[in-house]
Design a binder for this molecule. Sequence first.
Ligand code: ZN
Length: 281
Amino acid sequence: MRIANLAGRLVLLTGDGAVDVERAGGQRFSADPHAVYARWEEFAAWAAETGPAGAETFDEADLQAPSPTPAQVFGVGLNYRDHAAEAGLGLPDSPSVFTKFPSCLTGPSGAIALTGPTVDWEVELVAVIGREARNVPAESGWDHVAGLTVGQDLSDRTVQLAGPAPQFSLGKSAPGFGPTGPWLVTPDEFADRDNLELQCAVNGESVQKGRTSDLIFSVPELVARLSAILPLLPGDLIFTGTPAGVGGARNPQRFLAAGDELVTTIEGIGTMRHWFTEELS
Ligand code: ZN
């Protein structure tokens, strides 16, 4: 199953287009894309019975973030060996976690304003929680995931690395720095949900390519580790980390500039397209 946020309304995607969930369900479910995660199992059962009736074609430019107002957004640093190596840092023995404040979230296409000369890309698989998780063992971690979407953990490296203790959460939370989309795909749709190719390109040049099978802490392992400390709530996002190839680790370093186009793709999910504009004054 695929669901999306189409101009602020929850839709079910079929081969024929988008079905408006509130209208098709006789108002059984809200049009609010966030509200569905709190009733995920009931919704999934209903959606499985709902055919393509009422599907309408849509403009992909109207797609917004699949979970636009999560209570919590987790980011995981150093979760691929090749990225930890390029950062010159050792492998973590527990997840290295920060937050992206929810005001940074945006949709799968459009313009993003740069905050300075050191804004960097980080393609990431994003897991969306569909059932509250507390002290969940890794073996059942996937049972708490509604689905997967594509994400970019955009990062202002100057802000992130300022001061004696790094400011990961602030450096990764400027407006527009948390794009997700273009839709949410449920885990059962993948041949192997633990092994997806992810990549991004700047102005057509590939800059990152990896596979989620190389994650140090997998999606279910992250659900276990995080839920051992605090509850994971329906609609919460986990940005699972980025593989090698970020601009700040290159020699010479390379960052996003006004006019650049960033295209971000994950196998079996889809593609996001963004372009960058001058700093807002
Ligand atoms: Zn990241």
